[in-house]
Design a protein around this ligand. Sequence first.
Ligand SMILES: Cc1cc2nc3c(=O)[nH]c(=O)nc-3n(C[C@H](O)[C@H](O)[C@H](O)COP(=O)(O)O)c2cc1C
Length: 454
Amino acid sequence: MTAGLSPQIRILSGGERRLLTDIGRVDPTSLSSARQHGSYAALERAVTKLAPEEVIGEIEAAGLRGRGGSGFPTGEKWRAAREQPAERRIVVANLMGADPSALGDRALAEGHPHLVLEGLLITAYAVGASEAIVAVRRDWTEAAERLRSAAAEATDAHLAGYLVLGTDTSVQVSVWEGSGAYVAGEETALINALAGDRGMPAIRPPFPSTRGLHDVPTVVQNAETLAHVAWIVAHSADAFASTGTEGSHGTKLVTLMGRVAQPGLIEVPLGTSLLDLLDMAGGGTGTTKALFVGGPGGGAIDAGSLNLPYDYESLESAGAIIGSGSVLVTDTSTCMVDTARFFVDFSAREACGKAVPCRIGTLRLREALDRILAATPRPNDIALLRELSRKVSDTALCKLERLASGPILTTLDRFPEEYRAHAERGECLAGACRGTDLPPLLEPLDGLAPASDA
Ligand SMILES: Cc1cc2nc3c(=O)[nH]c(=O)nc-3n(C[C@H](O)[C@H](O)[C@H](O)COP(=O)(O)O)c2cc1C
């Protein structure tokens, strides 16, 4: 177990530690401990030695892309917000932990809250925001408490609040706790919730960086992205870009779970092959069949393709995404139809209901999968899955809907025989789905159970 972290967050050895390096060493409840480990040197450098433009330039030179799923270039977003004429700007740290299986953001918040806060303060300085909101999942009680006390301590020490470090920069920090729904992590839904409205996504444009919370330019940034921001300003853009691939610089926190010897969290250079990732977690517990990469909006990569690099471009070209940073390992005793059903069921239950094609479409997808699993398909159910998946995706209001069919389409493409065996013969080729009782087993998520001590 790593000191200071919830028991289910187990940090694996290996990989390349940048963000994780001080977790377990720094006392997350103490500003002085954080400062002894280097915290706020980057903020000090930014506000006393660099113009906001120069900070943006460093983040652009580093090639940092958002770690919350979209992979959008961080510097570009900051520039858009800074260049938008406005008297007020807001920055938001997104710690909504939408995908409950991904551990990275929670590990940072629990293990090193000042790292996230420092990144947020640097972001505020760079974009010219005087308000910074830490939005955290309410049920991450430890994380919320630590972020709250970190913000209070930083403000008392003049690292936040009025006249940061004696300069003319002021950034008021507040901590906001919200419900942990999947869609609540989507940035426009989060902005609506912060404004006191229902946490439902909005049509874009306008993008939040030009018109967001209270109609002012708002930069929403994932917690891991913010930790990288602090790391870059402390270590240089070149150091950041020294690892990763041409289009995907730096490291990424990845959560491995399911049929894997050592489920847990690891930090690796982007571009690490899926096979190496699996090896770092001790390999599969059985004969690996596929990796579901990216959470509910991700996709299945079959065991024959595990030389695929874990980076934005390669995953997207294979029908998966970085997404929440989670990787579910399955083996030959895991049913691919059942696993696709598990993910679409999650998306259907978590859909907010605003967009009709999402609200109804995800349910219809789940129903078709249920019929196939129960060996009572309609004649065109497999074709329907494909057609409906495309329609749901094409008519999407937000990415929950756009990506919800990823697990279905990738398993249909890579494991068609499993669909046919279920539909035509009532046979589960994995021997996992017993009879026609629904809902199917949730065995693929075995690895989500609290991990034993490392
Ligand atoms: C359904 C859904 C859930 C999301 N949940 C999160 C989340 O929990 N945390 C997060 O940082 N981003 C989440 N995002 C991505 C955000 O919309 C947004 O892209 C991100 O916060 C921007 O920060 P980044 O550029 O640093 O990644 C989610 C997106 C979708 C579609």
